[in-house]
Write a protein that binds this ligand. Structure first.
Ligand code: NAD
Length: 487
């Protein structure tokens, strides 16, 4: 990388071609960036960006544009081969990626991360998702076709809570739609993310000869992520993370798919199968130490069945905490004075949290159920820890009101255990969440023991919901006037 400044080359070419200042529309800039990128890429040293990891944002985006161009001008069969190769090549690595993520971030557990990675690899939709979305209209005036086509280079921001799952899921979906991807990983998951990006590049290169279809930089940071958001070579932002980063991306002026925070309530009414509800809630809320954004974060139980539900929660590995002094100890350890989760305990095990809080326990509890009011910090805050408040309400109507309050209008996930179809229907309708799970653990909502494909990017404020390939593509219209209707 001696004496080589990609930024200068790109700027020179952009300005030289147009004779204008840099203050041009994002679209025009983006088009110029493509040709500038080619020139910049040609000037890169042969060792730059080995395995998709570059020194600078400009270099990475430039290389990704060259790769995307090759992909776009290839047959769809080549795209399908690439995606198949990614699935086959990553499956043997699920254990290693889980170990690396747990070691680097200190969050979650290896067995559940393995399951999540396997799910992302095998169950994320591929190129076929575009076929399902294709529409054709025919009539007196001819034929009109709607197809889904690539954006170009997508800037994908990933959370520390699902560092590898998000890279896998986004890479499969975004490449299937014909894009290249610039990944902005969480700095706390840098090594694991770069290792995985390297592996995916190796697999893609072996399968197709295309290098740098997914790229990143050596030193990810908040500042670098913000620079990426406004970079002219980034054509779409897909942001998976908390409210801060989603709001920041919305200010970029680009199209954003915002996959933000959640606080999923689970309602249990008196008609529920309580043995199953107890097991499902412990399974879902303790999965990967409650890191998934879709995991149960509040139990809202109708009083008449509360004690039997508690019995079933404990039977399935939960510890029930109701002494005020124990609740205070847990709060002091896990909630900061600013009413946010203490990051040192996000994704830690129930045993670690109980031990460090000095709360007595026996055995190996996997979930801490805390007697609470809906106004308590554990109820209001997205804790991302295996601590779940247990809130008693007089009846179903009250349960629905409390669940609505606790979801905070985030449009993320809600759950319910009930056999009353009218109540299930009303709750599904009123919650307005992207995912609503009935009578199952939360992970059924992303295709784990529930029907349907998987995603680790659930677009909440921007409304795409459970994203798939077609969400990472432009809907375009192609009209043939006066022909091809046989009606
Ligand atoms: P986080 O918001 O701290 O970080 C997410 C990513 O954004 C990281 O790459 C980080 O480096 C970057 N980032 C953070 N603040 C930024 C800013 N101001 N400007 C630019 N970049 C910024 O979140 P986290 O702790 O890594 O992940 C947990 C959060 O993500 C939870 O709120 C969870 O609900 C959410 N999440 C949502 C989904 C979904 O599909 N909706 C999936 C997984 C996680």
């Amino acid at each position: 990388m001696e004496n080589f400044d990609v930024e200068a080359i790109v700027a020179k070419i952009i300005n030289g071609e147009s004779g204008c200042s840099k203050a041009q529309s994002a679209v025009a800039d983006s088009q110029k960036f493509r040709s500038a990128a080619e020139a910049a890429q040609a000037a890169l040293s042969p060792t730059a960006g080995q395995g998709g990891v570059f020194d600078t944002l400009d270099e990475a985006v430039a290389a990704a544009h060259i790769a995307q161009d090759k992909l776009f001008h290839s047959k769809l069969d080549r795209r399908k081969q690439i995606v198949e190769a990614i699935r086959e090549g990553l499956l043997p690595l699920v254990h290693e990626m889980a170990v690396r993520a747990v070691e680097e971030t200190g969050m979650g557990n290896v067995a559940d991360k393995e399951a999540k990675n396997r799910l992302a690899i095998t169950n994320t939709p591929g190129v076929e998702d575009l076929d399902v979305a294709t529409e054709v209209l025919t009539g007196d005036y001819g034929m009109t076709l709607y197809e889904y086509t690539p954006y170009g280079v997508i800037g994908a921001i990933c959370p520390s809570t699902n560092p590898t799952e998000t890279v896998i899921c986004n890479a499969i979906g975004m490449i299937s739609a014909g894009n290249a991807v610039y990944f902005s990983p969480h700095p706390g998951a840098k090594k694991t993310s770069q290792w995985l990006i390297n592996e995916v590049n190796r697999i893609v290169s072996q399968a197709s000869g295309i290098e740098n279809l997914i790229v990143t930089i050596k030193e990810p940071s908040i500042e670098a992520a913000q620079a990426m958001m406004v970079h002219p070579g980034i054509n779409l932002l897909v942001v998976t993370g908390g409210p801060g980063v989603v709001n920041q991306a919305m200010r970029s002026g680009k199209k954003v798919l915002g996959a933000g925070a959640g606080n999923p309530p689970v309602i249990v009414d008196e008609t529920a199968d309580l043995e199953k509800a107890g097991k499902d809630i412990v399974d879902g809320a303790s999965f990967d130490n409650n890191l998934p954004c879709i995991a149960e974060k509040n139990i809202v139980a109708v009083s008449s069945i509360a004690e039997y539900l508690l019995y079933n929660l404990q039977k399935n590995g939960a510890i029930y905490i109701n002494k005020p002094e124990d609740i205070k100890k847990l709060e002091a350890l896990t909630v900061t004075p600013k009413q946010s989760p203490n990051k040192d305990y996000v994704g830690r095990s129930a045993v670690k949290i109980l031990t460090d809080a000095g709360v007595a326990f026996t055995g190996q509890p996997r979930l801490i159920v805390v007697e609470s009011q809906s106004t308590d910090p554990f109820a209001k805050i997205e804790m991302l820890m295996p601590i779940i408040p247990f809130i008693r309400v007089p009846d179903f109507d009250c349960a629905l009101q409390v669940a609505l309050e606790l979801e905070h209008g985030l449009h993320h996930t809600a759950l319910m255990h009930s056999t009353n179809v009218n109540r299930l229907n009303l709750t599904a309708r009123e919650m307005q969440t992207s995912i609503f799970v009935k009578n199952a653990p939360s992970y059924a909502g992303i295709g784990f023991g529930g029907e349907g494909p998987t995603t680790f990017t659930i677009s909440t404020p921007t409304g795409e919901g459970t994203t798939s390939t077609r969400c990472f593509a432009r809907r375009r219209r192609c009209v043939l006037a006066g022909a091809f209707s046989m009606k």
